[in-house]
Structures are given as C-alpha cells and as structure tokens.
Design a protein around this ligand. Structure first.
Ligand SMILES: [Zn+2]
Ligand SMILES: [Zn+2]
Length: 662
C-alpha cells in the first residue's frame, strides 16, 4: 500500500504515516498541506513524501481527510530549511514547517492567472554621496559574482541606508533575481511602501501579521511565479519562497523582534544567512546601533563592514541634552521645565516633536490609598497598570482587566492612588500644557485596527496634521519625518535596570534611535533625555552618538561576565501551576543536568534554577535554568532533556539563543 509521510506541527520528534483519501493519486498530494486526524483532533500537516509499505492491518493507519492546496508548496529548499530549523532551534519537523508555510494560509476560491501590468513609475533618483556609492559598488560586485556574502552597513541615523538598500535591490532585479527586505515593526510598512513603490511600482509584495490568510496565499503564489519580485515585511517574510534570491536585507538588525519568542524560536538573521548560502545571495544587515554580536563578527572579519559615518547632505546629528531627574523625581510634572520650554519653542516655530516613553497606560503602579499595598495581577507576579477612559486596571502580561474601584486585599479599603507615568499620562499633561497642539498617541493601546492606525500616524505626521507624535518604542524605529526637530525621551531608565544582560545595550539603542528621528530634514534637530542616571556609559555615549566607545565598554563586560557574543545560550523554562512543585522539579532537573555535564565532562556552564523576571505568569510559575557554552555542545546536550522523567503538571521547554534572559 502507498502511504504519505506527514509532518504534523506537534512537539513529537517524528513524522506520521497516513493513507491518501480515496480516489486521489498519492503523488498529487506530495508537497501540499493536508488535514489529518490526530488523536481526537483534526490538524493541518505537511505531506513531505510518499512511500510503499507492506500491507499490515496492525498499523491501523488513518486516511487524510482533505488536501488543502491545489499547488505544491514544499520544495527541496523547504525540506532542507525545515531540517535546519528543527535541529538548530530544537523543535519537531512539523513545527518547523509551520513557520515556513503558515498553517493559517488559505487558498482563495480561485487564483486569477491574469498578471496585471507591472507599473513602472518615474522615480527621482537620489544623488548618492561618496560613502553610499562605495557601499553600493561593493555590494553589487558580490551580487554580480554570485558570492554568498554578509555585510553590516553601520550607518549613523539618516545616513541614507535605505538608498543603499534600494540600489542593491535594483541591482538584483536587473540581474533577474529577487529580494527580501525585513523591517522590525509593522508600523514602518507604510513609510517603506511609500519609498519603495516609487522605485519598484507593483513589483513589491507586503507580508506581515496584518494581512489576511487569503492574501498570504496569493502572495506566496505570486512570489513563486515572480509576479512579485520583492517582498517587504516583518520577521516571517524571511520565508518568502523565491526561487532566485539575489539579496536579503535586514534593516535595524539589532532589533529583538527578529527573534521569534515562541516555538520554533527561530532567528530571522540566522535564517537569512542560511538562505544566503543556499542561493549564493548577498545578505545585508543595517543599523546605526548594531547588536554586539553582529559588530563583533565585523571586527573579526567574519562579515564585511561598511561604514556610513555621516548624514546625507552633511546634515548634523542632533544635539542631545541630558537632564537629570535625580532631585526631581517626585515632583508633580513628569516634564521638566527645560523640556516644556523646548517643546513650546519648537511648536512656536511650527516644527514637529516626538515624545517617547516606553510604558503604555496612565500609571504603572496602583496602590491602596490607606496602606500603600500595590495591586498585583491575580494571575501574574506584576503590578497592574492604571488606564484612563475608561478607568481600568490592566495586566500588560496576561491581559487581565479589572474595573475600579478596587478593594485592598490587606486593609479592605476602597480607593486607590496611582504612581508613576505612562504614555496616557504624558498625553494628558501635554494636552494641558499645549492646548492648541495636535497630538497623536501611538502605542499598544492605540493600535486596535493595526494597519489603519499605523497608516494614519505615518501620513498624519508626514502631512503635518499633527504637531506631536507620542508613543512607546514603536515610534523610535526608522521613522523619517523631515519636520521633526525635537525628540523628548521622558524616562531613559525604563530599560536600564532590567535584570538582563542586554539592558545597557537596549538603552543605548533606544536613545540613539529615538534621538536619530530628529533633524532629518532641513531643520537642525535636537533631543532631550530625562534620566536619573546621567553618568551611565550607555547614556553618555548615546549623547555623543558614539557607538564604538559604547561597544568597547560593553564588549568587555560581556567577556568578563561570559555572555554573548562570548558564549551561546539556551534557556530552559520549567513551568508548573504549583509554586512548590515548580521549585522542586526545577531543582531536580538542574541536579540531573549538572550530573550529566560533570560526568561526561561536557564543559558547559549551568546556572539556576532561578525565578523568571515575571516569576508567575497567567497562574503559572516559571523557573529558568541557563546553559552557557558553545552552540554545538548545547544542541547536543539538551537532547538529554528527553531522558528526564517529567513529573506530571510540570512542563519543560528549551529556547536556543534567547534574545535576553528576562
Ligand atoms: Zn496578569
Ligand atoms: Zn490597604
């Protein structure tokens, strides 16, 4: 009998045999997604191949319920890539396939075969400066030779990296090859579409979480048939199934959004390198604040460094002013007098302002007004955030929402005071101070209809319908508004003392990137940073736009503390709903792993078990065990996990190369 070998996205390290549906030629199922009975459920799986088996009734094989796709979606590259993902990020083949070819993708009723005319728009070619020209010619040379090569374009903010990307993509297209360009946030899509459509017309397809399942399927099809030649998108766009890739660009490569934070925990930067090798393509990482890992690779000549050290048209970098919050922490206003003064002067000049605070809601702490007990989420070990209009207490981690008034669990008093600042409170203050200013707030709360809100923010600020753009980190990345001449960072400390090894790096990046939104047009820009730690090296070097000095200090710290890039990391997460059990089980797992590590002389470093930064999340307690060492050894070592007898109710997961240890 002929059976199909199907990869099902479940955490079991094997594939499964199914019989073809009656009257369907098994060969016509290979490479397509299929619906299969799995236990009591019907799941979507991937039919990898078919094979002949001796008739054996004891096997009790089930039939495939439905073949989802008309066309073949899995090719040789998919098979090799799925294998790579499953081995390097520790997941099943089925789970790996599900990240490359989304389960949710849905064939349209009918695929229109008619290709629309590709529109070529007239494009005002920018004059490249000497540094940009050199960058483009180096990249093009490698493209011409079909060399797999990786570049880091380290360019200060507004140094014209995008123009270098566009030229590289154009070069690839001229040689009949395709391009993938990744951006870190969906909010940047309207801006990049705007720029890229002017150059490439309708040859571009956009891929992110905001497009429908049918749109995704159509785009997949158009990519394969080259009806679309460039894919612009967020992390998962890296899987665009082009047959002839010439260039892959990862803009703002330092962003942690390129690392998927659920299974499979793939890193789009690593996938880009894999694909680059597979297609003999050029991979370009770009950033004003490269990650320590990438910059070190460049220092060690593992990848090629291209520096763009000046802004286009010799524009000046914004002057960054540090204002100490130290003595003024508990004053009523969160905007210091110098900040208010700068905002009002900027408004008077009819220029625009970006105000950044990495905390949404009104106030991050709600306290009993009598005994000062902090209101924690009932499901998580974190305080609830106060939100206004409507007045609610929200947990930013599990999404729990409570109505006010809250009753104190300790003294039973009704009534609360709130403490600390969030974007809503800043908006409230700004509105009070600057009655005529038009303010747009862009943060996780404002974004209910994703696509629309981003587009409104982008076009609204661009067309100067708004004076102030206020928001969380989504407004600090890559936006290019020529009339913004002032950037205010309300509290630079929010990221500084998080207990992760990347906290200083993140803070440096946030300040540099946020400040970099200022003075990109013809007006000279400035930035204000409010902080309680004006002397911290991350803040000092961000003030001077001095990446290299920051890097030199930070890389020494990493070396001393044995953190990436000096080692690779795996994070083992032990979860249980019972706090005592999670402690016991994580201890015994640690002892088990430690004994293995010692007796086989593996030479890895094991730390823990320790409570996660949010020790209890959604009623589940979490403990971490950290493994440090060489990636190859780690991947080999974590295979022992399956020999650990997992007590019931305890779940053990492993994340390879987490973006941080929070
Ligand atoms: Zn919660
Ligand atoms: Zn109380």
């Amino acid at each position: 009998m002929i059976v199909l070998d199907v990869a099902v996205p479940v955490p079991l390290n094997k594939t499964f045999y199914y019989l073809p549906p009656k009257c369907v030629d098994p060969k016509n199922i290979i490479g397509k997604r299929v619906k299969v009975p799995f236990g009591k459920r019907i799941l979507t799986g991937y039919a990898i191949t078919c094979l002949y088996l001796e008739e054996d009734p004891s096997l009790k094989l089930k039939h495939i319920v439905e073949v989802i796709d008309d066309e073949v979606l899995i090719n040789n590259e998919t098979i090799e890539l799925a294998d790579y993902i499953s081995k390097n990020y520790i997941c099943s083949l089925g789970e790996a396939y599900s990240s490359i070819i989304p389960i949710s993708m849905q064939p349209p009723k009918k695929i229109s075969k008619k290709t629309k005319d590709v529109l070529e728009l007239s494009y005002k070619r920018y004059h490249l400066n000497a540094q940009q020209r050199k960058a483009v010619s180096t990249i093009s040379m490698n493209l011409d030779k079909n060399y797999y090569s990786v570049f880091l374009v380290h360019g200060v903010t507004a140094s014209g990296k995008t123009e270098v990307y566009i030229n590289a993509m154009e070069h690839a297209l001229n040689h009949n090859k395709n391009a993938i360009m990744l951006i870190p946030e969906i909010s940047l899509t309207p801006q990049f579409m705007d720029i890229m459509t002017k150059r490439f017309g309708s040859k571009i397809g956009v891929w992110h979480s905001g497009i429908t399942n049918v749109e995704k399927y159509k785009l997949f099809h158009k990519t394969k048939t080259e009806e679309v030649k460039i894919i612009l998108g967020t992390r998962s766009a890296i899987f665009a199934p082009f047959k002839k890739l010439g260039v892959i660009i990862i803009d703002e490569e330092h962003e942690h959004t390129y690392k998927q934070e659920q299974k499979p925990f793939y890193d789009a930067r690593e996938i880009a390198k894999w694909k680059g090798k597979y297609h003999n393509a050029v991979v370009i990482f770009g950033s004003a604040t490269p990650s320590l890992e990438t910059y070190r690779d460049a220092q060690e000549k593992k990848i090629c460094l291209i520096e763009l050290s000046e802004r286009v048209d010799k524009k000046e970098l914004p002057e960054v002013k540090i204002i100490s919050l130290k003595e003024r922490l508990f004053k009523t206003s969160l905007l210091l007098p110098e900040t208010i003064d700068s905002i009002s002067k900027t408004l008077a000049r009819k220029e625009q302002i970006i105000v950044f605070l990495n905390r949404r809601g009104y106030s991050p702490v709600i306290m009993c007004k009598k005994c000062n007990t902090v209101y924690q989420c009932s499901k998580c070990s974190i305080s609830m955030t106060f939100h206004r209009n409507p007045d609610l207490a929200k947990c930013h981690y599990c999404g729990e929402i409570k109505h006010l008034p809250l009753v104190c669990s300790v003294c039973k008093t009704i009534g609360v005071t709130v403490f600390g600042i969030g974007t809503q409170k800043v908006e409230y203050e700004l509105k009070g101070l600057f009655k005529n200013a038009k303010i747009f707030r862009l943060d996780g709360d404002a974004v209910s209809s994703v696509k629309k809100t981003y587009a409104t923010a982008y076009t609204g600020v661009k067309n100067e319908e708004y004076d102030i753009l206020l928001g969380t980190q989504m407004i600090t990345k890559g936006f290019d508004f020529p009339r913004v001449s002032l950037v205010c960072i309300i509290d630079a400390d929010t990221s500084l003392y998080l207990p992760g090894f990347k906290s200083a790096e993140r803070t440096f990046q946030l300040i540099t990137q946020a400040a970099g939104r200022s003075g990109r047009g013809d007006i000279k820009g400035s930035a204000i940073v409010q902080t309680s730690n004006p002397m911290h090296y991350a803040i000092e070097h961000a003030k001077n736009h001095d990446f290299v000095s920051f890097y030199n200090i930070e890389i020494e710290q990493r070396k001393r503390m044995f953190y990436p890039p000096y080692c690779d990391i795996a994070k083992i997460v032990v979860r249980n709903k019972n706090e005592q059990k999670v402690d016991e089980d994580s201890e015994s797992l640690f002892t088990f792993l430690k004994a293995l590590n010692d007796s086989y002389d593996v030479g890895l470093k094991l730390l823990g078990p320790a409570p996660a930064y949010i020790a209890k999340l959604n009623n589940t307690y979490r403990r971490y065990i950290i493994i440090k060492g060489e990636r190859k050894k780690i991947l080999h070592f974590v295979k022992f996990l399956k020999d650990f007898k997992q007590p019931s109710g305890t779940f053990v997961g492993v994340e390879i190369m987490p973006s941080d240890l929070l």
